[in-house]
Design a protein around this ligand. Sequence first.
Ligand SMILES: Nc1ncnc2c1ncn2[C@@H]1O[C@H](COP(=O)(O)OP(=O)(O)O)[C@@H](O)[C@H]1O
Ligand SMILES: N[C@@H](CCOP(=O)(O)O)C(=O)O
Length: 309
Amino acid sequence: MVKVYAPASIGNVSVGFDVLGAAVSPADGTLLGDCVTVEAAETFSLENRGRFVSKLPADPKENIVYQCWQRFCQEVGRDIPVRMVLEKNMPIGSGLGSSACSVVAGLMAMNEFCHKPLDDDRLLALMGELEGRVSGSVHFDNVAPCFLGGLQLMLEAHGITCQPVPGFDEWYWVMAYPGIKVSTAEARAILPATYSKADCITHGRMLSGFIHACHTRQPLLAASLMKDVIAEPYRTGLLPGFAEARQAVTGLGALACGISGSGPTLFAVCDTPEVAEQTRAWLQQHYLQNDEGFVHICRLDTTGARKLG
Ligand SMILES: Nc1ncnc2c1ncn2[C@@H]1O[C@H](COP(=O)(O)OP(=O)(O)O)[C@@H](O)[C@H]1O
Ligand SMILES: N[C@@H](CCOP(=O)(O)O)C(=O)O
């Protein structure tokens, strides 16, 4: 039996639309991610459990974990009869890389169960393909950090999908999920087809400056460059209270605040435990819309997906 946990992730990290992503886990040790278990069986079956099980598609074949099994079998060229269990702990359409958690845990668990017929590069390519099926187009900024951990920059050049970028150990990532759903495919569809020269220049300056500041260990410079001219201006209308929340948490001392993936989750970067706690408390009181919402103070998850059993 193999059990794999795959952590939540922040797509874009504000400054790198589709090309930058971060894996995060709560500092208190809570598991904020999906788990997939695979064990030998006579015939294939998939059981769904967990807090958000009721939000999964009604047709089992539309569950991306079923599709992971099917695609993995096709890739290795044989039918593999297994019992799979998905623990759906991640809210769907949350901006926390929920589908990526299921994809990464599903494919990695199958690969581990079969004694690793696929190497990490091939597995990551399949993860991107499966994520593309549910989110509207292939993008690696959730699956790559979720699988490999840390902050990952997508390169997709010279045979390299992504490479790690050094994060800042002192940063707390406060993640606030308000409890409402935003479809990634829809949040992608509303973006413009083309951008102005000024936006392209600003985007290049922010992203290159952020990556430079990470490599040269300048946390305040890095945080000041975490600005999004590609998606955020068009998506804030989907996120009730986002502009007020950002103003409030930066007023409390957060170094940066942005939309996690396509939202509605918001992230705030803080560099002291006191500011992180004040930010958590404010968001808990003002940003959540219903009982399904939550706030976690997280750290960069430098491990990524891992075997729990
Ligand atoms: N195991 C799964 N986990 C999450 N989403 C799934 C899963 N299986 C199928 N889906 C579908 O994939 C889509 C994921 O939506 P999306 O907005 O991309 O969510 P997220 O941004 O949280 O990954 C939804 O239509 C959902 O029904
Ligand atoms: N780069 C993507 C990231 C989507 O992340 P999700 O967690 O909302 O699926 C985008 O911004 O569309």
